[in-house]
Ligand binder design. Structure first.
Ligand code: GAP
Length: 440
């Protein structure tokens, strides 16, 4: 009998994500749609928790960044001004033999990485923007793009936000939203997809202070990922060489994470200078995207430091970082603040008193935290299911509950149990979720 192939960590993660309701293949019953994914019940919660953490970090824990939610469809001239119509391209090669397509910078010579034939075409430039038509007539005048980055919505609203919020420079605008790219080679699960979400922040500064702010934001962004709970040794910086800088960037550094498929970009921090605002001034013919400094009487076009992260990619990173296997169990060690479900509530056995007590706790707890009630199967199996789902706490009612109104609370990581009086359970869990650890 042939030996069963050893599953890679990514394969195990993909199947756990499906099994536990994190991520499903899009359009699965029709055979799937390449590189598109749907977030299931737990995936939706994790995604929301990642976004909430970023939003709080950017717009609440500091007082110099405002939020924005711009539309995905924007005036097509925006993408001419931003340089995306002209320059947002990847070099594409086709295999004349097997018809597969590759990014030219990811293959060597004319040999096809799929079929091995020396049959690759010359590279041609391929624009990554997805197009559609607005209105009932599908002609060139109705052509618009699905935004390939959320940033442009921020640039064109610079003056609106600055005026409405009476902001003085330096200040920033933060946004979370969908972006679309017709990637030639998507892959690695939700790492590179054609539809994804970005969390971007543009920080507007006085020219000449941009390098100082760039350094401050670099430090802040690495701190963000450490606060998110990622392993420090899996994170590093990488500077872009002159040949790989995006068309808008003077300086660019990526925060990289060591995925099972190698070190890869998690977030980009870019010095975009006055490139975008100056281009919008030119293309809109309005020249009003500038700043008047009342204290000095100067008017200037601000420079922009950009921090640009992917929601889906951050999620994947959290899942990879949290995945762990022990002899008896698979466990997702997600930090409590990110975990989709904070606590499972279980009667030890299906006896009336224990069931009623567990249901009361569940009702009280779920008003504050995402909670899961489960009375089916052995307690060991119920714990294991929640370990795999990343649930940090298991609360169990047992015989003693009926005598002294206490329950056991089991921690996922250490599997240690403490006894807590029932009236204190909600506060205990709240403290645990906020502080990420048990008392004492
Ligand atoms: N506004 C600048 C910008 O968009 P980028 O380096 O092209 O910069 C920023 O993208 C981040 O967006 C990446 O670090 C990644 O997290 C995410 N991202 C980009 N393309 C992606 C894709 N095809 N699938 C998933 N995430 C993507």
């Amino acid at each position: 009998m042939a030996a069963k192939p050893i599953e890679s960590l990514m394969e195990k993660l993909v199947s756990l994500c499906k099994r536990r309701g994190y991520i499903f293949q899009s359009s699965e019953i029709y055979g799937g749609l390449s590189s598109c994914w749907d977030y299931g019940p737990l995936g939706t919660e994790l995604k929301q928790n990642v976004k909430d953490f970023w939003w709080r970090w950017m717009t609440m824990e500091r007082d110099d960044v405002d939020g924005l939610d711009a539309s995905i469809l924007m005036h097509p001239k925006i993408w001419e001004a931003s340089g995306h119509v002209e320059g947002f391209t990847d070099p594409l090669v086709d295999c004349k033999n097997c018809k597969q397509r590759f990014r030219a910078d990811m293959v060597e010579g004319a040999k096809c990485p799929a079929c091995g034939n020396e049959a690759l075409t010359e590279a041609r430039m391929f624009n990554l923007m997805l197009k559609t038509y607005i209105g009932p007539v599908e002609d060139d005048t109705a052509l618009i793009y699905l935004r390939p980055e959320t940033a442009q919505g921020i640039f064109v609203n610079f003056l609106n936000v600055q005026t409405a919020m009476h902001r003085k420079i330096p200040f920033g605008i933060a946004q979370i939203g969908k972006a679309f790219r017709n990637e030639i080679t998507p892959g690695n699960f939700i790492f590179r997809t054609r539809e994804f979400e970005q969390m971007e922040m543009q920080y507007f500064v006085k020219p000449g202070t941009d390098e100082e702010w760039f350094e401050k934001w670099k430090e802040d962004r690495m701190n963000f990922y450490l606060a998110l709970g990622l392993k420090k040794e899996k994170l590093r910086w990488r500077e872009h060489g002159p040949d790989e800088l995006a068309h808008y960037a003077r300086t660019a550094f990526d925060i990289e994470y060591e995925f099972p498929f190698g070190w890869q970009e998690l977030e980009g921090v870019h010095n975009r200078t006055d490139f975008d605002l100056a281009k919008h001034n030119e293309y809109s013919g309005k020249s009003n995207l500038s700043y008047f400094d009342e204290s000095t009487g100067e008017r200037y076009v601000p420079y922009v430091i950009e921090t640009s992260a992917g929601v889906d990619r951050t999620m994947l990173t959290c899942l990879v970082d949290a995945y762990d296997e022990e002899e008896e169990r698979v466990v997702l060690r997600l930090p409590p603040k990110l975990a989709p479900i904070k606590a499972g509530v279980f009667p030890l056995v299906k006896k009336e008193g224990m069931v009623a007590a567990a249901k009361d706790i569940y009702e009280a707890l779920r008003k504050k935290h995402k909670t899961f009630y489960d009375e089916g199967g052995s307690i060991g199996r119920r714990y294991r299911r929640q370990d795999e789902a990343g649930t940090p706490l298991g609360i169990t009612t047992d015989g003693q509950t009926l005598e002294d109104n206490t329950v056991t609370i089991r921690e996922r990581d250490l599997m240690e149990q403490v006894r807590v009086p029932v009236p204190e359970v909600v506060d205990w869990v709240t403290r645990y979720v906020e502080e990420g650890k048990a008392e004492g």
